[in-house]
Write a protein that binds this ligand. Structure first.
Ligand SMILES: [Zn+2]
Ligand SMILES: [Zn+2]
Length: 348
């Protein structure tokens, strides 16, 4: 009794939270992408926005990032262990975990007692092999947080997803808008601040764009060739594009905007898929762990049924049954692999 997701633990210390050593390779990747996208937004995308959109862009993205960093850090920092495990961890700071002895016990947790943590645990607590401790209301071990997700940090995990997706949507939308504006806004300066600056179109001190009555927006070529003596026409210059506050060529700016849009789009897709999966789990009222167990039981049931069918065939034709059996194992393997892949992608 008492399902476990680990039976191969070796003698080693349990992890306290997402900051415990060693970090999972996904963790620095996640933080690297997050920091890059934040810096790129404020250094490269934001300066291209016109007022008053620029102020809104600073406020919305600034607030979103602060909330995201807070919930992301908290989701990593919270120790999601079972209350009895936490009490024991606080009592003995550097305790060694014993090795699970299969000859003595069938499961790590039996009758709500974990033989590795050596404490009684709650009904839905499971022993995580990565953290080497029992986690309260275990959902899954998140490689990106490098921490388990249980009832103590599940809401923080969902908030991390939601704020990351919202930020990615804003970045993708603005990158695409600026990419299109690069080709369409050159003569009007109504979308890109770089073109507005090049056309020398003014912006009011209150942040509102001043609409010019005379002359109407002019093209760079027209303005460059303009030679009127009493000209109120602003002088057009070459637009200046910056990436990470450094002046670069138009092409490099364009390439970086598109690459960043692709990066944010990839993150948006993966995180959106993961959030959709958790909305589905919430609708069904089950955890990721329970979903995996259901998949495994379903696969095992199907394998047993096919094995029974195979047995009948074997009686009829022992030679051909060997071929059938190989086929069954292959199908079963692919099924398990697709389930594992699905869960892996959903619980990145
Ligand atoms: Zn345990
Ligand atoms: Zn874990």
């Amino acid at each position: 009794m008492g399902a476990t997701n680990n039976s191969n633990s070796t003698s080693r210390q349990s992890r306290y939270n997402g900051w415990s050593w060693p970090p999972h390779p996904f963790q620095p990747i996640a933080w690297g992408c997050l920091i890059y996208l934040s810096i790129f937004y404020f250094s490269t995308i934001e300066p291209g926005l016109l007022q008053p959109g620029r102020i809104a862009g600073y406020a919305v993205m600034g607030l979103l990032l602060v909330i995201h960093f807070v919930v992301h850090i908290l989701a990593c920092t919270v120790n999601p262990a079972d209350p009895n495990v936490i009490r024991k961890m606080e009592g003995k700071k550097r305790q060694e975990m014993p090795t699970f002895d299969r000859t003595k016990h069938k499961h790590v947790i039996e009758n709500q007692h974990c033989y590795l943590c050596d404490v009684n645990v709650a009904d839905k607590s499971k022993h995580c092999s990565a953290c080497n401790k029992c986690v309260s209301n275990f959902d899954h071990h998140c490689k990106w947080l490098n921490n388990c997700v249980g009832d103590r940090n599940y809401r923080l995990f969902i908030a991390t997803l939601v704020t990351a997706i919202a930020g990615a949507i804003i970045i993708v939308s603005l990158c695409l808008m600026q990419f299109v504006a690069y080709f369409t806004d050159r003569n009007s300066g109504s979308l890109l601040q770089q073109y507005r600056d090049a056309l020398a179109l003014p912006t009011s001190s209150t942040g509102n764009v001043t609409v010019m009555s005379t002359p109407p927006p002019v093209s760079i070529t027209t303005a460059a060739n303009y030679s009127g003596k009493t000209s109120p026409v602003p002088t057009a210059q070459k637009p200046v594009f910056r990436v990470l506050w450094v002046v670069v060529s138009d092409r490099l700016w364009l390439a970086m905007v598109m690459l960043t849009a692709l990066l944010a789009l990839t993150g948006m897709g993966l995180l959106g898929h993961l959030l959709g999966f958790h909305v589905y789990l919430m609708y069904r009222g089950i955890s990721t762990y329970e979903y995996v167990v259901q998949l495994r039981e379903k696969a095992e049931k199907e394998a047993r049924e096919k094995q029974m069918e195979g047995g009948k065939i074997e009686l009829a034709n022992s030679k051909s049954s060997k071929v059938c059996s190989n086929g069954r194992n292959k199908t079963h393997g692919i099924f398990i692999l697709s389930c594992a892949y699905h869960v892996h992608m959903c619980t990145l």
